[in-house]
Design a protein around this ligand. Structure first.
Ligand code: C2E
Ligand code: MG
Ligand code: MG
Ligand code: MG
Length: 285
């Protein structure tokens, strides 16, 4: 690239790389600082998951946010990979799990039986420091003893790609979460290998179909057939379907026709605070 565009380009290119690496080391520093201060600056927002047929609130997904003045508007898609790479995800993940369970316990007083879905990345599941730190399974067990939510009301979301890379290992671990009464959801389904074998080998309670299949702009007939097929398959094997990313009425109709059980998308609500959730859904129940 540099050769083709001459010397000036080479300088420009290096400068860009430098800025990038400066930004990324600043980011690591700030994240470390936050974590050391008890995960200060991290918050969770909750996005509603509604029953497809009725629009009633069924559950919420906890989504991590980080408020840092140096990085305004930064999202989890950017800071979570950094947390994973510098070994901080396990501490932030536990903070998020604790907060989500606590809030779910509170929210169930307003919305009985509400489910709480929490994203978990692979690095949170493995015991990297040889058992020095409590593993996530034991942590979740203690949390649920302190704040019982009811069978299957706490749900762990694992992405399809995370699962398929280590199917056997993940399946065994999820079996143990299942024994605690924790549900398992496969997130972003359809984006990777769309490995249907997951449904056979793992205790999957919910399949979250990726947003790309409903987006109206470049939707094909294939996408519509795919949605119907996935619903049919999931229902046959006892899993439920949650459609991600429904943004308008047209997409909502499509998903209804495909027989999804739940919908999560901007059309029914963006990620919001507990207060906003109560304000928005309390009267409708
Ligand atoms: P995800 O688990 O697939 O979460 C859904 C993402 O889609 C969220 O983005 C949500 O705001 C967005 N979304 C929901 N409905 C719509 C819609 O109708 N249209 C569009 N365009 N987007 C929609 P967000 O909050 O930025 O999170 C991005 C990803 O970061 C999540 O994807 C998840 O993989 C990861 N993440 C978030 N919180 C956590 C966490 O606590 N732990 C871990 N390990 N990962 C997390
Ligand atoms: Mg998710
Ligand atoms: Mg998803
Ligand atoms: Mg997604």
């Amino acid at each position: 690239y540099a050769k083709k565009h001459g010397k000036n380009r080479l300088c420009f290119f290096s400068q860009e790389v430098l800025d990038d690496s400066e930004r990324s080391s600043e980011l690591i520093l700030r994240l470390q600082e936050s974590v050391e201060h008890g995960c200060a600056g991290f918050t969770l927002l909750y996005q509603p998951q509604v029953r497809a047929q009725t629009g009633e609130l069924h559950g919420v997904e906890a989504l991590l946010r980080w408020n840092c003045p140096e990085f305004p508007g930064i999202g989890p898609a950017e800071f979570i990979p950094v947390l994973e790479n510098c070994g901080l995800i396990r501490r932030v993940g536990k903070w998020a799990m604790h907060e989500a369970v606590l809030q779910a316990h509170r929210l169930q007083q307003v919305f009985p039986g509400l489910s709480m879905s929490v994203n978990v990345s692979y690095k949170q599941l493995v015991d990297l420091d040889g058992g020095v730190e409590e593993n996530l399974l034991d942590f979740v067990r203690r949390e649920l003893e302190a704040f019982p939510l009811g069978d299957g009301r706490l749900i762990i979301e694992l992405t399809e790609s995370c699962v398929i890379d280590r199917l056997e290992e993940t399946a065994q671990l999820m079996e143990r979460f299942h024994q605690l009464g924790v549900g398992v959801a496969v997130d972003d389904f359809g984006t990777g290998y769309t490995a249907l074998g997951i449904l056979k080998q793992m205790p999957v309670d919910v399949v979250k179909v990726d947003r790309s299949f409903v987006q109206s702009q470049n939707r094909s007939e294939f996408d519509e057939v795919f949605l119907k097929f996935i619903s049919l398959l999931c229902h046959q094997v006892g899993a439920e379907v949650c459609q991600e990313g429904v943004e308008d009425e047209d997409e909502y109709r499509l998903v209804l026709a495909a027989q999804a059980d739940y919908i999560q998308g901007f059309w029914f609500g963006r990620p919001m605070t507990v207060g906003q959730l109560i304000e928005r859904f309390e009267k409708k129940q």
